[in-house]
Design a protein around this ligand. Structure first.
Ligand SMILES: [Ca+2]
Ligand SMILES: [Ca+2]
Ligand SMILES: [Ca+2]
Length: 157
């Protein structure tokens, strides 16, 4: 299932393909991650202009900030020690506590580490979240409404 995501990620840019395949992929994310992400509190944090719609630009900007917050040594990738932090429960200010906890699991790190080098580059991190975005964008208009945001079953169980 990880291989499916890798193929999707390598073929990124073809969002139609990504969306279609993502629906069929039960392991796009962990269930805990999906639950925490699809929380309205998280949507509000990502919806920078507060218009109750999340655009891809808002999603990219948000995930760039999360990457920066995790990337303590300022290079271009997240290593396992940066991913998990000093304590797995150490909360990121940008996210809810529940989201931070689920994101910083090694399982989620492995899902995003497409080339398997035990580091998640900024590109891998953003590419992963674009696949998530495409999966949540049920209507395909490049914006995610609150209804789409909380729709169950799009990111796996
Ligand atoms: Ca918005
Ligand atoms: Ca780093
Ligand atoms: Ca990698």
């Amino acid at each position: 299932m990880k291989i499916q995501f890798k193929q999707l990620a390598l073929a990124s840019g073809i969002f139609l393909t990504v969306t279609t395949s993502a629906f069929a992929d039960p392991m796009l994310s962990t269930g805990g991650y999906a639950r925490q992400l699809q929380n309205m509190e998280m949507m509000k944090m990502i919806d920078a202009d507060g218009n109750h719609m999340v655009t891809e630009a808002e999603s990219d900007a948000y995930h760039n900030s999360v990457f920066d917050a995790l990337n303590k040594d300022g290079d271009d990738s997240l290593e396992a020690n940066e991913w998990a932090g000093p304590s797995k429960n150490s909360k990121l200010d940008l996210t809810t506590g529940g989201y931070s906890r689920e994101l910083r699991s090694m399982k989620m790190m492995r899902l995003m580490d497409v080339d398997g080098d035990h580091k998640v580059t900024r590109e891998e991190f953003l590419r992963y979240h674009r696949v998530i975005f495409a999966s949540l964008d049920h209507s395909g208009d490049k914006e995610i409404s609150a209804t789409e945001w909380s729709m169950k079953g799009l990111l796996g169980k």
